[in-house]
Design a protein around this ligand. Structure first.
Ligand code: NDP
Length: 511
């Protein structure tokens, strides 16, 4: 059972002493405050102290940032540099991320409430993505067609799409911007980046590394502000060519509707309600660990969270009993504690929302086996890892993204029934299948409507593998070898050599 959560003040002070505490906006290569001089304060969700103060951007700064990105694209050197030159900058950024990994990890840990050990893993993963994008930059190419006829040659080139608005959420601040920005830069695009107002510090810090790596002024502009004004400007402005958005399905739909007015390209990474299906013949120890990891990693504030555990009926009772024992042992607490696996919940409002989902499930007839309530704590907000049993597919808790450490248990008899339950939500981001029978894994994974299906593992990732959602989990894919192509337009160049057959040849009598 979790001991009462204690904070080590000296550990917090040491962490605060290592990070920058104030952050300005990066527009056209210069750092500055917003015109109104307003700021945003971010309070650590675990410690209740102000971690960061950022200059607050408004529509005015969004306008300046878009102008800078537009000029840097239309007249600047970046889109015209060779792929080798762009690749070199991206590689240098990767090295700088590694150099400053501890500072960046602390910023994300303190602002989002995620455990420090986990944050370090995310920053290492982010550096790897920058390197992968640098490699792809050198391989960006089009196609040629020499089969169109003796005098014809078709060449399809890929041009950078232009100015990209990058909008990111609070749950994986540095990792998610790293799934977008290096690929946009590899293509030769320029960008305006808006992190969540709750976790802007690591993205603003990235701006320093970009300038240090020699990125020309105006190529990347980073503004902290709210979605309602800055985000809205970034999705509506006609000078922006593409939106790359990660966040909730609700806001994603609204951003898409705005972007449609000027027919921008959109890439959307949205919510998930991901199932893990456990068959009776699974490696039970591995499946138990993955069930706990899938549900409580990042306190469940994760688009990929395995928030629905769908267990084959003969196994269910025993599996849930084992699960309860395991969940009670997971260490929840101060995200700065190296051993903690579940940190704080991002805001008090969000904690209330999570508790609301559990209460509603109870009222609908489900049974809370473990947790279900917030944990008392001297500061911040924490939620006990929770198991809700007896969940039916039509219940709200089985259909909506709770985005907290809450695992719903459902059961099935046949593989077809498992697939039907897995597919019974509006989302389709990811899924897990647990069986030692290869045929079961293959057949079930092919039936699931999701962008990623893990078999006998969960939430593994690699820069080489595309990531994105079916249905209302998104539009488009990030990562993978086509990630740079997404930030390009295709242009067809059609050549003709030698005499051309005329369209209109007057008859001799008409001359
Ligand atoms: P939100 O959708 O609330 O916000 C995402 C971003 O959009 C924030 O920067 C927000 O700004 C901004 N925003 C808000 N309103 C607008 C608007 N009108 N126009 C443009 N931008 C706007 O998501 P959360 O930050 O709460 O993040 C959690 C969500 O993200 C979950 O649903 C989760 O599933 C999803 N997610 C998806 C991932 C994926 O890859 N599929 C990965 C990670 C998270 P601000 O909040 O500062 O006002």
């Amino acid at each position: 059972m979790n001991a009462p959560i204690k904070l080590d003040r000296s550990r917090l002070d040491a962490a605060l002493a290592r990070i920058p505490r104030t952050h300005e906006l990066l527009i056209d290569g210069r750092w500055g405050a917003g015109r109104g001089g307003e700021t945003i304060e971010r309070i650590s969700p675990a410690h209740g102290v102000t971690v960061s103060t950022y200059a607050r951007a408004s529509e005015h700064e969004a306008d300046l940032a878009i102008s800078a990105a537009r000029s840097a694209f239309d007249g600047g050197p970046w889109p015209r540099m060779t792929a080798a030159e762009r690749s070199k900058v991206l590689l240098d950024v990767a090295s700088l991320i590694e150099r400053d990994a501890e500072v960046i990890a602390l910023l994300d840990c303190l602002e989002s409430g995620k455990p420090i050990a986990q944050a370090r893993g995310e920053i290492a993963g982010a550096a790897d993505i920058w390197r992968y994008a640098a490699a792809l930059a050198r391989d960006l190419h089009g196609e040629s067609f020499s089969t169109l006829g003796p005098n014809k040659l078709g060449v399809v080139v890929r041009d950078p799409i232009g100015v990209v608005s990058i909008i990111t959420p609070w749950n994986f601040p540095f990792l998610i911007v790293s799934q977008k920005l290096p690929f946009a830069l590899a293509a030769g695009c320029t960008a305006v980046v808006k992190p969540s107002e709750l976790t802007s510090a690591s993205t603003l810090y990235l701006g320093k590394l970009l300038l240090e790596a020699g990125l020309p002024a105006g190529v990347v502009n980073i503004i902290a502000g709210t979605g309602a004004d800055v985000g809205a400007a970034m999705t509506s402005d006609p000078r922006v060519d593409m939106i790359s958005f990660t966040g909730s399905t609700r806001v994603g739909k609204s951003a898409m509707a705005t972007a449609a007015q000027t027919l921008k390209k959109v890439s959307m990474e949205l919510g998930g309600k991901n199932p893990q299906i456990v068959f009776a013949d699974a490696d039970l120890e591995a499946a138990l660990d993955a069930a706990v990891f899938g549900a409580y990693f990042n306190a469940g504030e994760c688009c990929n969270a395995g928030s629905r555990l769908i267990i084959q009926r003969p196994l269910a009772e025993r599996f849930v009993a084992d699960l309860q024992r395991k969940v009670r042992d997971v260490k929840v607490g101060d995200p700065l504690d190296e051993d903690v696996r579940v940190g704080a919940i991002v805001t008090p409002d969000h904690l209330e929302k999570i508790e609301g989902y559990v209460a509603e499930a109870r009222a609908a007839g489900a049974e809370v086996k473990v947790g279900g309530t917030r944990l008392e704590h001297e500061s911040g907000q924490f939620m006990a890892p929770t198991i809700v049993d007896g969940v039916q597919p039509q219940m709200t808790i089985a259909r909506e993204e709770v985005f907290g450490p809450v695992l719903s248990i459902l059961t099935f008899e046949t593989a077809d029934e498992a697939v039907a339950i897995a597919n019974s939500t509006d989302y389709g981001l990811s899924a897990g299948v647990w069986s030692q029978d290869f045929n079961t894994c293959l057949n079930v994974s092919r039936g699931i409507h999701a962008g990623t299906v893990w078999m006998n593992t969960f939430m593994d990732g690699a820069s080489e593998l595309p990531f994105g959602g079916y249905k209302q989990s998104g539009l488009g894919r990030e990562l993978g070898r086509r990630a740079v192509d997404d930030y390009t337009e295709e242009k067809t160049l059609h050549f003709h050599s030698g005499p051309r057959t005329a369209w209109w040849v007057p008859r001799p009598s008409e001359t």
